[in-house]
Design a protein around this ligand. Structure first.
Ligand SMILES: Nc1nc2c(c(=O)[nH]1)N[C@H]1C(S)=C(S)[C@@H](COP(=O)(O)O)O[C@H]1N2
Ligand SMILES: [Mo]
Length: 535
């Protein structure tokens, strides 16, 4: 490079000369477009994980549809028919590109107004996202991160454009030669643009897929059960502040799975196959499953990873077909002792065959949860639910296959990862109120919580304060042994710091052990203990 230091600016090759006049504005506008693509791509990729409906593109589109006056909608539908949505997205696209170009030019001529304009567009998108009916705080993430990245890309791109312009006007310094600054500008702009475009399109495709499944779910019409769940007696729910409701609403139900992206399964193409050690292979479509005599059962589901006092447990009314009846059709061989249920996402669970064929156990191939089709994150369209077993060995979501096999021949997903092959749920109880570390007023206070021992049932719950003798709590009603029970104990709270403990005894007379064990390998034990200040 010796010539670079001595060469006059005339040595600048025409190729390396920065654009001027109109061409400069066009280049700045292109920077704005690249920044907008980067913003969109980041938002779209994050929406894959946060939820497809949190994508700003989708939210702004839905928002515009909601805000459009009826006469204009009619006009558009009249003009474009079913292409009305395409028309909407083309309009939005043109608007966004125009704003992006403006942001690029503004950032060049009047820094930082381009960045501010982009930020403003992001803010409008954010309002659209957060005013969607089902928005959660997580939904902020895609749009906020997308906007920040977009602003960063815009500022960096225009900076580089400016460096290039300056260099081609008067630089003789090799580090900022026109060639070098040009390369740095183009590499940044084209690199970011290409990566963003690819990532954005892939993420958009995934998001569109899950939105399509969400609307397929909305169209599912569940049949009435031939055996409805018994109505929840009024006495099952004590309705105390801070006490977990007897039936957990779907939106509050804990979610545990290994799926980074919720599987999008079209119910029209879904099928279940039963294979392995059987006499009669079975396949079942979603429509066939819905036409079977379905039953409804309230079952409390629990996760083996739940700590003592934790909230990875929930109670729902499930609609489905008894696993034992399907297995009866498949005719399992006598030497089989396990059913390996498999999800479309590769997850597997190994469940004792005996539990699934037991006439007293209401294990379900479930399609409904609390009166609606399974939510996408809880296994739509079909999952398994087995009372009395932790979810990791029984509750396969997005179910696709049952293989009748043996525990010495197959194992579930978690079994070689530090968790037991079999996972019966352990007797458990939890204090919901007062909260750990809470403060309450002296006097009467209803200490309350839940206790569960699915299949066996809860016989009694006891509470004690500061290691004094155990006191009997009052149990709320329940519909069966397969669900948790609320309990309450009236406490005459005196000033000071106190420790509350709870323990349950099941219907077989077993009382929860005080021995503290961690969740691995087969469920935590110990008494839930809560400290509270009374003043
Ligand atoms: N496909 C699939 N199904 C799965 C899992 C999973 O990771 N993938 N996790 C299991 C575990 S460990 C539990 S506790 C329950 C939780 O079900 P929920 O998310 O509906 O509460 O689902 C079970 N079914
Ligand atoms: Mo779990």
């Amino acid at each position: 490079m010796p010539s670079a230091t001595t060469a006059p600016s005339a040595a600048t090759t025409p190729r390396a000369a920065a654009p001027r006049g109109r061409a400069l504005y066009a280049t700045a506008a292109a920077c704005g477009v690249v920044a907008a693509i980067a913003a969109w791509a980041v938002a779209e990729v994050l929406a894959v994980f946060v939820g497809a409906a949190s994508s700003p593109l989708f939210a702004v589109g839905s928002w515009v549809i909601d805000l459009t006056p009826g006469w204009f909608k009619d006009l558009v539908v009249g003009l474009f028919g079913t292409g009305d949505k395409v028309f909407l997205f083309v309009c939005l696209g043109v608007l966004v590109v125009a704003l992006a170009c403006a942001a690029g030019i503004l950032e060049l001529v009047r820094r930082p107004f381009g960045a501010l304009l982009l930020g403003l567009v992001g803010l409008v998108a954010l309002i659209a996202v957060m005013t969607r009916a089902d928005a959660t705080y997580w939904w902020l993430l895609p749009t906020v991160a997308g906007t920040l990245v977009g602003v960063y890309v815009l500022v960096r791109a225009i900076d580089r454009l400016r460096e290039w312009t300056t260099a081609s006007q008067h630089s003789r310094v090799p580090t900022s030669s026109p060639e070098r600054t040009r390369r740095s500008f183009l590499a940044f702009g084209i690199g970011v643009g290409a990566v963003a475009l690819i990532a954005g399109v892939v993420a958009r495709t995934i998001n569109a897929g899950s939105l399509a499944i969400a609307s397929a779910r909305a169209l599912v019409h569940l049949p009435r059960p031939v055996m409805p769940a018994p109505p929840v007696p009024a006495g099952a729910d004590l309705h105390l502040n801070g006490l977990t409701p007897y039936v957990t609403p779907n939106t509050d139900f804990y979610r545990i799975d290994t799926a980074l992206q919720i599987p999008a399964i079209d119910p029209d193409t879904w099928k279940l196959t039963i294979d392995g050690m059987i006499g009669n292979p079975v396949t079942l479509s979603f429509a066939q499953l819905l036409s079977l005599p379905l039953e409804e059962h309230a079952i409390t589901l629990a996760c083996v990873s739940n700590d003592v006092g934790g909230d990875l447990v929930g109670n729902a009314v499930w609609l489905g077909y008894p696993v034992r009846k399907l297995l009866a059709q498949a005719k399992p061989r006598a030497s089989a002792d396990m059913v390996l249920s498999q999800s479309v996402d590769g997850f597997t669970a190994g469940t004792p065959l005996g539990v699934l064929t037991d006439t007293g156990t209401d294990a379900l191939i479930a399609v409904g949860m609390n009166g609606s089709p399974l939510p996408l994150e809880h296994g739509f369209p079909v999952r398994m639910v087995v009372p009395g077993l932790y979810g990791y060995v029984s509750a396969t979501k997005w179910l696709s296959k049952l293989t009748v096999t043996r525990f010495d021949q197959a194992q579930g997903y978690w079994t070689d990862k530090g968790w037991s092959a079999k996972g019966p749920i352990k007797t458990a109880s939890r204090i919901d109120r007062p909260r750990q570390g809470g403060t309450i007023a002296p006097g009467r206070y209803a200490v309350a919580g839940v206790a569960w021992d699915q299949r066996t049932g809860i016989h009694s719950v006891e509470v004690r304060v500061d290691n004094e003798p155990w006191q009997q709590a009052r149990l709320a009603e329940t519909v069966s042994a397969d669900t948790w029970r609320q309990w309450v104990w009236e406490w005459d709270a005196t000033s000071g710091r106190h420790q509350l403990q709870v323990r349950a005894t099941n219907a077989d007379g077993y009382t929860q052990t005080s021995t503290v064990a961690p969740p691995a390998p087969n469920g935590a034990t110990g008494w839930h203990t809560v400290s509270v200040t009374v003043r």
